[in-house]
Design a protein around this ligand. Structure first.
Ligand code: ATP
Ligand code: MG
Length: 423
């Protein structure tokens, strides 16, 4: 039997890959505008990093990691997300000492999670994410959210919903934690095994459970917003005020949580409202993590970021029937007739490309009609036709495929004239 692609992964072929390139380009341009700079970290890291950085009560760590031992017996894991490695590098490379603060970084690349594959859920997927490290100003929270929203909007999505919440500070969290334990404990046996394990360890995670999300106790759970300290409350007010100033509508959802201890203050998700988008509607998730850098061994440093996947972004574009402005086509197809003319096109093609044009020719010794068909398929702007007769007469024919107009050009002036035409 022939070998097939691994489950939960995909080949992105020409025809589809142009969409990816356009999105990646849009993300990079946006980061330039917002002054986030790219960081590239390894595809694998010490497993320990994710145990600490993602947290051992999360689905990712409990069920989804591709962990292996290398030949030297090291415990390694294919990265399931980008924040832990970014923070690891921030600490290791002492970026907290950089002159430019906060340190604003972005990453883009494949992540790996052993999940049950379904629409919008892959085992290898591409995340684009940003992290702003070193500022506890609510203005940066609004900036981070605004960058994610801008990407979706710039690409043409309209049916978006931004949901935000505050997880407060340590003080707010521990008061809320106590209230959650008291709320769930009497009926905890009605919840899944995972939730039962979370009750003492991390009760906030129960609110985030995929299996028990319809349980009445989840709907009636004490809201973190009722436990916010005064400082947390005013922080949240500021974030909301700034979002309003940026014309970004939002909803507050008090059940939107991030279970880990070092997450605090702002948490947010961006979802698609598009009809027929399917069961998984979250496009992007992010939040503030003022304790993470310390957890990874660095100095106390506030941080905030988000991550989104290109796969779900593409699914949202599909659901809203947005056509990306892909520019397909080449500048010139060189069609040749006769052996000498064919030889000549090797040099001509080289000159065209050197001059900055995209150009193609026939490599299968096809008849002139088939060469024109190929030019059509490539969406060529022009076809340059060269036969042995033209060659000996120092001429070449140029046909515009847009209007069918033909002109004759002196062969030794071709590049010059073609450049002029294309201006
Ligand atoms: P979910 O609740 O859908 O499992 P998550 O909480 O695991 O999401 P995060 O770890 O916050 O997701 O990742 C951020 C974003 O990455 C998600 O909002 C989603 O867009 C995307 N993402 C996560 N897992 C996958 C996957 N397996 N395939 C494709 N995209 C994914
Ligand atoms: Mg998940």
């Amino acid at each position: 039997m022939s070998i097939q692609i691994p489950r939960g992964t995909q080949d992105i072929l020409p025809g589809e890959v142009e969409k990816w390139q356009l999105i990646e380009e849009a993300a990079r341009k946006l980061c330039e505008k917002f002054q986030y700079r790219e960081i590239r970290t390894p595809i694998f890291e010490h497993t320990e990093l994710f145990l600490r950085g993602v947290g051992d009560t999360t689905d990712i760590v409990q069920k989804e990691m591709y962990t292996f031992q290398d030949r030297g017996g090291r415990d390694l894991t294919l990265r399931p997300e980008g924040t832990a490695a970014t923070v690891r590098s921030f600490v290791e490379k002492k970026m907290f000492g950089d002159a430019q603060q906060p340190v604003k970084l972005y990453y883009m690349g494949p992540m790996f999670r052993y999940e049950r594959p379904q629409a919008g859920r892959y085992r290898q997927f591409v995340q684009f994410g940003i992290e702003a490290l070193g500022s506890a100003d609510p203005a940066i929270d609004a900036e981070v959210i605004s960058l994610a929203m801008s990407l979706y909007k710039d690409l043409g999505l309209e049916k978006l919903k931004l949901v935000i919440n505050s997880l407060g500070d340590k003080e707010s969290r521990s008061a809320h934690r106590q209230a959650l334990i008291e709320h769930f404990e009497p009926r905890i046996e009605e919840f899944c095994g995972d939730c039962q394990g979370r009750l003492e360890k991390n009760p906030m995670r129960i609110l985030d459970c995929k299996k028990d999300s319809d349980h009445e106790l989840i709907k009636s759970a004490p809201s973190i917003l009722d436990y916010l300290s005064e400082e947390s409350s005013s922080y949240f007010e500021k974030v909301k005020q700034y979002l309003t100033m940026l014309d970004i509508p939002f909803e507050v959802d008090q059940n939107l949580v991030r279970g880990l201890d070092y997450y605090n203050h702002t948490a947010f998700e961006i979802m698609s409202n598009a009809e027929g988008f399917g069961a998984i509607t979250t496009l992007c998730g992010g939040g503030r993590y003022n304790g993470l850098v310390e957890e990874i061994g660095g100095p106390e440093t506030p941080g905030i970021g988000f991550a989104l996947s290109i796969e779900r972004l593409l699914a949202a574009l599909d659901a809203e029937k947005v056509e990306l402005p892909l520019t397909r086509g080449i500048d010139c197809y060189v069609a040749a007739l006769g052996d000498e003319a064919k030889d000549y096109t090797v040099g001509l093609l080289g000159k065209l490309r050197k001059a900055g044009f995209s150009a193609e020719r026939d490599y299968l010794n096809r008849k002139i009609k088939a060469q024109f068909k190929a030019a059509d398929r490539l969406n060529a702007k022009y076809v340059a036709v060269l036969g042995d007769d033209e060659l000996s007469g120092n001429k070449i024919n140029l046909k515009s495929l847009a209007d069918g107009e033909q002109i004759e050009i002196q062969l030794d002036e071709f590049i010059e004239k073609f450049t002029e035409l294309c201006k």
